[in-house]
Design a protein around this ligand. Structure first.
Ligand SMILES: [Zn+2]
Length: 798
């Protein structure tokens, strides 16, 4: 049967109460009500599979943890499970001193007795008795008159009174009595009052404070708007006698989806207490949601006296015990309720957080309140134990602001605006292509992959392994003593498609020097259109983050600037030059895609601009030695000479052999005139001075000699200089490590100058050792042996 065009032929509206002077609409809630959880009774009876005793116990503990002080735990006369659960809690003393357990019973003598049996030995209990009072039930279900209905309530209330008095005498139990005129909202208001008055009299001992009798006024089925429920409650509160001896309790169900509204309006109307369930479980559409209601108070600045600081663990227990999910958009508890997908919302939230930080900092100084005020977030997710992780999530509708926010939160990078746009397109393409939401991990992974950022897992085809930027004004191969100009020289070792290559270039800054090197050695011609940087972190861990936009270097500067094509790159390094260089390579990796790069060729001819670096590449590739620039130049000359002798031909392996022979590098049995057999290096003085005591072999004669210097190299030079005519001095020293972990070795490069009779000669020494001091000494001795030093005559005993 379809929906009716005129539903009034089938459905009647509610009958409004004539309460023209109703007070509740102009009241304001100032305190939270007394809460009763009926999860284990009303909630449990509504489950397809009612909870086991174990589940009820877990649930009960969770309710205690949340701060509930009144808990309806069972309908003990209805099932053995419920009866035994009550017994278990009492006998195992699982009920805290300040918690009242409540049990439900209908107004039937045998069931009341069974209920009281369940409570034997309990400390604090609320006996909750109900009977239906509305006309429909009176006339149709029970065929009772009004008088009979009242008489039923009186008789059984007296029974409860008698049995509770006996239990108090026997066990010292403290009791409260709760009476529900079931279907209150469908009962004539005067009749509901009449029944309650009769029950109060029959109970005979309603008093103040904990002696108050509880009248629970259920909206057993929600059949009218919430203002009507409020009218009914206000009418009851105004007309019941001895109002101060009564706790007026609400029990709203949610058939019209207004359970929360009904509870709040009825509290305005004067009610003291609310019965409900966590997340609104319960018959049909459920009971009123206590979590929702409590957090509504909380966000008004009113303490709810319930604690949901770890809401997720409450959700976990409740969903497991009820075997019911929570809707993703359920107020406060749903998985999506703190999440913004839309770009404009994300942008507003991002700005809101920034503004709040500033506002709170100012308020902290003046001692003012630091109020929460963030667009689209009525509550701070952190108060409920949620992270901000889920606040911004990204789908195809999200804007660049949200993505930039996530990158900032998770990678610490504050992307320049144009780069945000660029990365946004990357993310949107993935989101569109895969037709799905992008989670935080997806976004950070996409960022790392796009920009080859953050570790070996995301390396691109070009990886900067080491570099040196110097400002010497030195043209390739020729050293001069002129003062340095502003040119910067870039010397780097770069992994290119898995092969170590040395590349060199110069420019007016480190980045342009790198671009020059890429152009010379790898045929990559790019220019930088935009550059920015900021610091990441604080204190000693502070790093620099750099961003570059790379464009193809075109014939003139204007078309380069206007290029429609561009690639962004990002780099982070403890050194600002390093972060810029990494950012350039990051962008270059995007630019080259899978285009083939020129392979390493050995060209030792004079004309090749890349000759020195290509030779250096061969050395770094096979020996892992990152030669200092002037050693590159020096060895290049050696290579050129060798090539001349072999008609310009020099194979790769010839070149390596040539290097090893030239510097006696890792060749066994090649002692020179001076050999250092063993040594002891000691600290002297307070300024890091060193003293070397060495067993030398000096032209085949052993000598023990001692020398001091400001460091280990100057100490060995002091020894050497004491034995020669003329002077040895260190012109350049460099070192680096080779290998990793326990295999790591130090390699030292020393260039010595030897001045004698106004003449200067120089030579390089290269050596490795496990120990960095030893590798420096070995390299120094090696260089000494290459120089024709004029040894003083040997004096015995010296
Ligand atoms: Zn109910």
């Amino acid at each position: 049967m379809p929906m009716l065009s005129d539903p009034s032929i089938k459905y009647r509206p509610y009958t409004p109460l004539n309460l023209s002077d109703r007070q509740w609409p102009s009241k304001v809630l100032k305190k939270a009500p007394i809460w009763l959880s009926t999860d284990l009774r009303d909630g449990n009876q509504a489950l397809a599979n009612p909870m086991t005793i174990e589940q009820k116990q877990i649930f009960f503990k969770t309710l205690i943890k949340c701060g509930l002080k009144e808990i309806e735990i069972a309908y003990p006369a209805a099932s053995d499970t419920d009866f035994n659960f009550v017994r278990g809690l009492i006998e195992e003393k699982q009920i805290p001193e300040d918690v009242w357990i409540q049990v439900l019973t209908p107004a039937r003598e045998d069931l009341i007795k069974r209920t009281m049996d369940a409570l034997a030995g309990c400390k604090k209990a609320i006996v909750h008795m109900y009977n239906a009072t509305c006309p429909c039930f009176r006339d149709v279900v029970f065929r009772n008159s009004k008088e009979e209905t009242i008489e039923l309530a009186i008789r059984h209330t007296k029974l409860v009174r008698q049995l509770t008095d006996e239990a108090t005498a026997k066990y010292g139990t403290q009791f409260k009595y709760e009476y529900s005129p079931e279907t209150f909202t469908q009962t004539e208001p005067e009749f509901a009052l009449a029944v309650c008055e009769a029950v109060k009299t029959a109970w005979g001992k309603a008093g103040l404070g904990e002696e108050r009798i509880i009248f629970n006024l259920p909206a057993t089925v929600e059949i009218a708007p919430p203002n009507h429920y409020a009218d009914q409650i206000e009418n009851f509160c105004r007309n019941i006698s001895e109002r101060e001896k009564i706790v007026v309790s609400l029990h709203p169900h949610n058939d019209r989806g207004q359970g929360i509204a009904a509870a709040e309006l009825a509290l305005l109307a004067g009610a003291d207490r609310v019965e409900g369930c966590l997340f609104g479980n319960g018959e049909r559409t459920g009971n009123v949601d206590i979590v929702n209601l409590a957090l509504n108070f909380y966000t008004q600045g009113i303490p709810p006296h319930l604690d949901f600081s770890d809401l997720q663990s409450v959700i976990d227990v409740v969903t497991a015990c009820n075997d019911l999910p929570i809707h993703p958009r359920h107020p406060y508890a749903g998985e999506l309720v703190f999440t913004a997908f839309s770009g404009s919302h994300q942008d507003a939230i991002k700005k809101g957080f920034e503004a709040q930080r500033v506002r709170h900092a100012a308020a902290a100084e003046t001692g003012e309140m630091q109020y929460w005020d963030i667009p689209y977030l009525p509550i701070d997710p952190a108060d409920l134990g949620c992270t901000y992780e889920a606040v911004i999530r990204v789908n195809a509708q999200s804007g660049k602001g949200g993505i930039a926010y996530l990158v900032q939160q998770h990678l610490g990078l504050d992307l320049p605006r144009k780069m945000q746009v660029s990365f946004y397109q990357v993310v949107q393409e993935i989101a569109d292509r895969e037709a799905r939401e992008m989670r935080v991990d997806d976004i950070t992974t996409a960022f790392r992959q796009t920009y080859k950022f953050g570790g070996s897992k995301y390396e691109g085809r070009l990886v900067l392994k080491s570099f040196k930027v110097s400002s010497e004004s030195v043209a390739d191969g020729t050293a001069t003593d002129e003062p340095a100009d502003e040119r910067r020289l870039f010397d780097g070792t770069v992994l290119v498609d898995g092969v170590l290559r040395v590349i060199r270039g110069d420019g007016n800054g480190p980045l342009s020097a790198l671009l020059d090197a890429l152009s010379t050695h790898l045929d990559l011609h790019y220019a930088i259109r935009e550059y920015s940087e900021h610091s990441v972190g604080e204190g000693s861990g502070v790093k620099a983050a750099s961003y570059v936009e790379l464009v193809p270097a075109l014939e003139d500067a204007k078309s380069t600037r206007k290029s429609a094509e561009s690639w962004w790159g990002v780099g982070v390094d403890s050194d600002i030059a390093g972060s810029g260089l990494r950012a350039v390579l990051s962008a270059v990796n995007s630019a080259i895609g899978d285009r083939a790069l020129p392979e390493l060729k050995l060209s030792v001819g004079f004309s090749a601009k890349s000759g020195q670096a290509d030779v250096a590449s061969a050395i770094v590739h096979s020996l892992h030695l990152e030669l200092p620039r002037r050693l590159q130049a020096s060895f290049f000359e050696v290579a050129q000479r060798a090539a001349r002798e072999t008609d310009g031909h020099l194979s790769y392996s010839d070149l390596i052999t040539l290097f090893q022979e030239t510097y006696h590098y890792e060749l066994p049995n090649t002692p020179g005139r001076v050999v250092l057999r063993k040594y002891k290096m000691e600290n002297v003085g307070d300024n890091g001075g060193k003293q070397l005591t060495g067993d030398f072999i000096w032209d085949s004669k052993p000598r023990q000699m001692v020398g001091q210097g400001s460091g280990s190299l100057s100490a060995v030079l002091a020894v050497l200089n004491s034995q020669i005519n003329g002077t040895l001095s260190v012109r350049e020293y460099a070192e680096h490590s080779i290998g990793e972990g326990s295999d790591v070795k130090a390699v030292s490069y020393v260039e010595l100058a030897y001045d004698v009779d106004g003449k200067r000669t120089t030579a390089w020494g290269v050596a490795t050792d496990q120990d960095i001091t030893a590798s420096g000494l070995k390299a120094t001795i090696s260089a000494t042996n290459k120089l024709e030093v004029d040894l003083k005559p040997f004096v015995d005993g010296q």
